[in-house]
Design a protein around this ligand. Sequence first.
Ligand code: EPU
Length: 350
Amino acid sequence: MFVERNVPLQPLNSFGIAARATALVRVRGEADVRAVLAYAELGAQPRFVLGGGSNIVLTGDLRAVVLKVEVMGRRVLEATDRHTIVEAGAGENWHDFVTWTLAQGLGGLENLALIPGTVGASPVQNIGAYGVELQDRFHELDAIDLRSGELFTLNAAECGFGYRDSVFKHTPAEPGGFGLAGRALILRVRFALPKAWKPVLGYLDLERKMQETGVAEPTARQIYEWVVAIRRAKLPDPAVIGNAGSFFKNPTVTPEQCQDIIGRDPKVVHYPMPDGSFKLAAGWLIDACGWKGKRVGNAGVYEKQALVLVNTGGHEQPATGGEVMTLARAIQTSVYERFGIRLEPEPVVV
Ligand code: EPU
């Protein structure tokens, strides 16, 4: 095991925020985790599990041992009656993995193409896009207990998936005590890809592509290419301009609240949910408050999509976590004052 000390984290988070970690260990398998636990000096320190760093905001130095997940490997495991089960190491790049499944002739993950981050981070926030959520394709995952070093496997129910949420985003100290944040490290994830593949096309942007191209029955590969094109046009590439994807969750409101807002702002983008509630487009609410292109220091609101906060200072003069959070709070206040809705940040703030 090799311990790196006083490690710069700027290259390891997609926002490009400059911060340091007390120590960092690269985890290529369970043996590395057990070595950290057995190492007296490190064993007692707090731990922080880092994947691709594409869904975090660093507000200061990390006084912790960072476990940088680099567990690799992808394979087709088995076929059941209805599914093909594929497995990937938590350190694999998510988009490369999606591309690989399609190259194996396996559809099912195409709507989730080009989401930044790693396979191991995908269940943490239950990534979702264009009508598909990770939980729709999830089979199970292997993780290691960061206190005992024991391996365990969780199925979908045990992961407690919700909208951009799972058991891995909650700490054990929260009510219920089921949270696994800081307590488990995901090693491998298995996906169940349907043998009878069906396209998921309900999303407006995809319907538009069908009309533009005249393709009425797209293949999984075709949808993959459309999703890549849509995302490239709308969302900033973190390799060019630092960001953490959507900065806020789309809020859910009651039918009464929704009617009230429609009464005042008839154009508000809203979607009915199966339980009778409505989901509002946070990007629209922020845009309506005039935030596109606004800045606090070197943190800014992306010009083409108000839901994404960006680092406008690049590598040389990066936004600080403080600037990002000041901007985020100002946005929350203005959306609350105008619409009475509290926006909740989507990335993990550390
Ligand atoms: N809108 C505006 N102004 C804006 C941004 C959006 O008016 O500045 C409107 C759009 O015109 C559209 C609606 O708001 O009518 C929704 O926008 P969009 O379709 O771009 O999707 P989103 O709700 O902003 C969500 C996810 C994305 C995911 C897309 C596609 C969340 C928090 N975000 O964004 O996920 O890619 O749908 O499915 O659920 C992420 O989580 O990091 C992420 C990028």
